[in-house]
Design a protein around this ligand. Sequence first.
Ligand SMILES: Cc1cc2nc3c(=O)[nH]c(=O)nc-3n(C[C@H](O)[C@H](O)[C@H](O)COP(=O)(O)OP(=O)(O)OC[C@H]3O[C@@H](n4cnc5c(N)ncnc54)[C@H](O)[C@@H]3O)c2cc1C
Length: 434
Amino acid sequence: MTETDIVIIGAGLAGLGAAAAVRDAGRRAVVLEASNRVGGRAWTDYPAALGGVWFDMGAIWFHDAEHNPLVPIARTAGDTLLRSDEIRKERTFIGNRLANPAELAAFGNAWADYEAAADALIASRGDASLAEVTRQRPNDPWAATIEAWEGPVICAVDAGRFSALDWRRNALGGSNLVPDGGIGAFVQRRLTGGLAIRLNTPVTRVSRGGAGGRVTVETPAGSISAGACIVTVSTGVLASGMLAFDPVLPARVLNAVQSLPMGLAMKVALRATGPDRLDLPLHCSVDRILERQGEPLMPFQCWPFGRDYVQGWIGGSVALDLAKAGEAAAVDFALSYLRRAFGGRVDRLFAGGASLVTHWDADPLVRGAYCYAVPGSAHARDTLAEPVSDGHLMFAGEACHVPFAGTVAGAWLSGQTAARTALAAIRRQGFAVE
Ligand SMILES: Cc1cc2nc3c(=O)[nH]c(=O)nc-3n(C[C@H](O)[C@H](O)[C@H](O)COP(=O)(O)OP(=O)(O)OC[C@H]3O[C@@H](n4cnc5c(N)ncnc54)[C@H](O)[C@@H]3O)c2cc1C
């Protein structure tokens, strides 16, 4: 049996953030990670299908860069941060034509009205689904498109299942930066220094209530006894029951997990087989104005950073259906979506070319993209972050942060907050530190 001050389950952003806080406080932490790599949903791969360039399978951007705690870490280390917003060009389609400047301006201005309508609905009812906000605006020609962006595209869930309050509590402003070389590579390079991380070590059971509040975690490689434990696995993993808790978790924690299910966001990348670039500039976003509520929205980033592929993004129930139908169905869906704007050129350009489809739903160690709150349950995030057993058991991760829910920054910050509470708990018990 190994002994330590704090044992941390999961080496994603939350686990690494927690471990860094414990290290900085001069205490010992052991991070147990089931997979063979750190980073969790921050994973930079180099897929042969895309010519071996770096490609973030999960997180891409540092959102709200002005308030994002990872940005100063990257800057201090001298990393290059790509100003994705500034270099991006945009093409927005209505049907098979480009939207004109007046339409684009009206669409841009419509966002503030939609948000105000959501706030008014929340103020009168406490919460509502995002779809209800749209239904309250039958004469708003932009509402269906705003709903699609804020629900399935950004938050990975259909608007009918999504709490408008959760959306509003976590609406991020500011700019978006991309660390050159990928977020996953940044995490490995900059956020693991001086940490004791054991890979390929899945935790199967967490037992609490030992002397002085000690917690024991079991793995196939043996047990670890610690003054406190921080659990950073996704709500999908918590709901699956693959991690047993003894005694069982309090009802408020179990309810919070059920109220924060995992949504799905799927990336579909298609590599060009010829020189045609669809008359689009490099690093160009292609999206569309929807005609009706519930119509799928699949925005594309075309030729990102000058590369020879386009990358589509689809979320919510359409992504779940495509995940079930298989990779070929996802590629077909992406091609048919592009065909509406560019016609048969799409087939000539991508036919026989390589493709890549992400499968976060199929990863048993994650089980989706990130979680959302169901209507009426936005405060489940706060509940999940509350101490269990006087702080000897803490939960952290993207599910537990406001306003950075569902992001790498939120995971990192929630890990650090959980570590401070766990450190206070073990200090109260006077656990020794050498
Ligand atoms: C497609 C996609 C796009 C995204 N885009 C962005 C973006 O642009 N910007 C942004 O900020 N965020 C983005 N996110 C969200 C961001 O990646 C996550 O919010 C964040 O990485 C979650 O970190 P975490 O530590 O909470 O969880 P995770 O990263 O899931 O870490 C948990 C770790 O626990 C491990 N684990 C699971 N079970 C066990 C066990 N039994 N024992 C031990 N270890 C276990 C897992 O392997 C994993 O490594 C995106 C996510 C996806 C999927």
